[in-house]
Design a protein around this ligand. Structure first.
Ligand code: GLN
Ligand code: ZN
Length: 773
């Protein structure tokens, strides 16, 4: 039996990668410093795995921004608009790479970033490859090869992890009509063969090809492409050992295809789909090894050794031990790095810590499972198994987890708890009377720049060098400054700026029962952006109002309307590590009830507009369509439980980002928010088409300013986007707002962009007036 992992977190235990990248972007460190920071992280990770006893250690699981973007650079799928950046003197491959990821607005250039979207059903985002008809590929970046050599110098013969060609193509998007990207497979294969050749020259034994699409629905030509590629590799390099990795789903209908590929080993996700094991074993040819993904790469609970051991045993009985790999279910990049550095018992009590395992601990779990499976029964091993049973038992009965009042309240929910008094048409009139907003009302999505100062106040407050009173007073000043700015800019619906929030989920989690936090439990979300997901370990309930004070304070500063800002139940669920001892829907209902209480309290305190963000609704969709409706049913209901406790006059907004709505349009409409704001500018309003086709009845704010890039759009650009919106959606339904919250932006950009945005709204209003006159 062998152990391996599919990938290790690359951000560094203390977010070294984030810090290095951001310093490089702001010109504070050199390219060499950046590369050095990357090297140190890789070196540390490789060493750690070696010490833990992992047999096959991956390379090329590192990335400075995103592994899919790495692949685009590798195969020279570099859109033309970046070619000039590449040629500019003094610019390196690194600068080109970051230009593709983040856009490039300096040295007289003004180039938008490539599109970003969710990596399957995770909260990781990748950069979407762009393909043209008849596109050619060639080997451009040699990162895969270089990283292999880098590890070899350290004495480790790694297993390079390469995104398989079929999945790479399928993750991308056609930039013109008239072809399907899978048709590019034959142009792409030679580059892959070139890479493999160079790796073999350097002594590679195993290569891991990630083909997550093997666990999704595939068309005939996609299946054909998979079959062909791996057969070609086998024919060209008969001695090379290839492992194909699937994850996030069972093989389903592709089981026969997967087990008949010309490869040496197949990795399956047995956490997501333990049921598939029997079928896979029954179909496994003698030439194929199986990698058992039994340690959850997506969650932070300790492995249940009992369950895992039975899986290993079953596999051993069927095919013997030699052809078995023990592994986490997927790459560990979706887990925080190390539980050992969590030593603050106030943030993470020993009782709860004893239930958890992060990436580093999972390495040990993988090795322990191999030892168990190999029949080792040293005392230390048996002790470890014993500990597991105790930890599992304590979760069953712990009073910190189980709260009968919450359980009863959730069970007592009925239809009435998820419906507004009247339909939207009636509400809209009542709200118009109460709110008196102009046509094309302007607003923002909630957060304003979380400047260095704001973050340092929070750090000082946490350290104890600022008192609660001092901290609050600083935040109040920042809030006031933000209110004044919005007044000056003549925005119609103001926000308080969310300065008191470190993160839109963490903030609420910290105020709810049933959540616990880590100090360093960071996970990469996109590029240098990391999130620290809360851990939902127990029944959820609200202790006291969570946002009312800040919202009421902001409202007291102005005659204009201030919008209350909340995070929705599905997003809180989706962006947390969720307990695995009850259905997710039950946990979601509990959160929904807590948010409902908050919404009602805001209304009671005189707040007339309340936004409940649900950017994560879409990413919660199961990967297979056949499972969608079941999820959507409970997810949409949870949003409605949270949002419908108010009177018709109170206007409920929701916000979503990077979503394609086509296929869930009626569910989005079912949420029945009075206003929905969505990300739209990167896709040039393409997203709106689904709303138009559906005749979406409620109000919509299509984002006109891409806040994920430091680029500042001008008024004309936004007018153009709004006119595009107006051509498909009746203008009385339209709002004007940025794509998302502004927390990652700088004040200067923000002010310029919002000024341009309000001017754009006014331009459209003037046209309406002209047409009336
Ligand atoms: N209200 C949040 C903010 O503005 C929304 C963020 C999001 O959609 N991800 O930061
Ligand atoms: Zn957003």
């Amino acid at each position: 039996m062998k152990t391996h992992i599919l990938g290790y977190p690359r951000i560094g235990g203390h977010r070294e990668l984030k810090k290095a990248c951001e310093q490089y972007w702001s010109g504070k460190i050199s390219r060499n410093d950046l590369l050095e920071a990357g090297h140190n992280i890789k070196k540390h990770n490789w060493q750690l795995q070696k010490e833990a006893g992992i047999d096959l250690i991956p390379s090329n699981d590192f990335s400075f921004y995103d592994q899919v973007l790495d692949m685009s650079l590798t195969v020279n799928a570099i859109p033309k608009r970046y070619h000039e950046v590449m040629l500019k003197e003094g610019n390196s491959e690194q600068d080109l790479y970051f230009a593709m990821a983040r856009g490039y607005q300096k040295d007289g250039f003004d180039i938008t970033a490539m599109k970003m979207t969710k990596w399957f059903d995770t909260n990781y985002h990748y950069i979407v490859p762009e393909f043209e008809k008849g596109q050619q590929f060639s080997l451009f970046s040699t990162k895969i090869i270089d990283e292999f050599s880098e590890a070899k110098k350290q004495g480790i013969l790694t297993k390079p992890v390469i995104l398989g060609p079929v999945s790479y193509l399928l993750l991308g998007k056609e930039k013109e009509n008239g072809f399907h990207r899978i048709e590019l497979i034959n142009a792409l294969i030679p580059v892959y063969l070139d890479i493999i050749t160079q790796l073999i020259e350097r002594g590679v034994e195993w290569i891991q090809f990630d083909e997550p699409f093997l666990a999704l629905d595939l068309t005939g030509s996609e299946k054909e492409a998979l079959r062909n590629f791996y057969t070609t590799v086998k024919n060209e390099f008969p001695k090379l050992k290839t492992l194909v990795a699937t994850y996030f789903n069972g093989l389903g209908n592709n089981l026969k295809l997967a087990t008949s590929l010309s490869i040496c080993a197949l990795h399956i996700d047995l956490v997501r789909d333990p049921q598939q094991l029997d079928d896979v074993l029954n179909n496994l040819p003698e030439t194929l090894s199986i990698s058992l993904g039994i340690v959850d790469g997506r969650n932070i609970w300790k492995n249940d050794f009992g369950v895992s051991f039975r899986i290993i045993e079953k596999a051993q009985n069927a095919i013997g031990s030699d052809r078995i790999f023990i592994a986490p279910s997927c790459s560990l990049i979706h887990c925080p790095c190390d539980l050992d550095i969590e030593t603050d018992e106030k943030t993470l009590t020993p009782e709860i810590k004893n239930w958890l395992a992060f990436a580093k601990q999972k390495l040990n779990e993988v090795v322990t499972l191999k030892n168990l499976g190999s029949g080792k029964n040293e005392e230390s091993l048996l002790d470890r198994v014993e500990e597991r049973f105790d930890a599992a038992k304590s979760r069953l009965s712990s009073t910190t987890i189980h709260n009968q009042v919450v359980k009863h309240r959730t069970e007592a929910l009925t239809e009435v708890d998820s419906r507004r008094d009247n339909p939207f048409a009636i509400r809209k009139e009542l709200q118009q009377k109460a709110l008196k907003l102009p046509i094309y009302p302007t607003t923002t999505i909630g957060s304003f720049p979380q400047s260095k100062e704001v973050r340092s106040w929070r750090a000082q407050f946490k350290k104890g060098t600022l008192t609660q009173e001092q901290y609050n007073s600083l935040l109040r000043k920042e809030t006031e400054k933000t209110i004044r700015l919005q007044e000056d800019l003549e925005i119609d619906v103001l926000v308080h700026g969310e300065f008191e929030r470190n993160d839109m989920v963490e903030y609420f989690g910290e105020r709810l029962n049933g959540f616990v936090f880590t100090k360093f439990g960071w996970v990469q979300s996109y590029g240098s952006r990391c999130v620290k997901p809360p851990i939902i370990y127990g029944d959820v309930s609200r202790q006291s109002p969570m946002t009312v004070d800040w919202t009421v304070y902001a409202q007291s500063l102005t005659k204009k309307l201030v919008k209350g800002m909340l995070t929705g139940p599905v997003t809180i669920l989706q962006w947390s590590f969720v307990r695995n001892d009850q259905p997710r829907s039950t946990t979601c209902d509990q959160i929904a009830l807590a948010i409902r209480d908050e919404v009602k309290d805001l209304e009671k305190a005189g707040i007339k507009i309340i936004q409940i963000d649900e950017p994560a609704i879409r990413e919660g969709l199961p990967l297979l369509k056949e499972n969608w409706q079941e999820y959507l049913k409970w997810a949409i209901r949870a949003f409605r439980i949270a949002s419908t406790g108010v009177s018709d006059e109170t206007q409920i907004h929701t916000h979503m980002c990077y979503s394609e709505f086509n296929d869930i349009m009626h569910n989005i409409a079912d949420m029945d928010a009075d206003v929905i704001t969505i990300e739209c500018s990167r896709s040039q309003m393409e997203l709106l088409d689904s709303f138009a086709k559906f005749n979406y009845p409620n109000d919509i704010g299509p984002g006109v300013y891409d806040i994920h890039s430091p680029r500042v759009p001008n008024t004309e650009e936004m007018v153009r986007l709004l006119k595009k919106a107006k051509s498909v959606i009746p203008e009385k339904q339209l709002w004007v707002n940025p794509d998302c919250g502004l927390k990652t932006r700088h004040w200067e950009e923000t002010e310029k962009a919002l000024k341009a945005m309000v001017r754009a709204a006014k331009t459209l209003r003037a046209e309406v007036e002209e047409s009336i006159a």
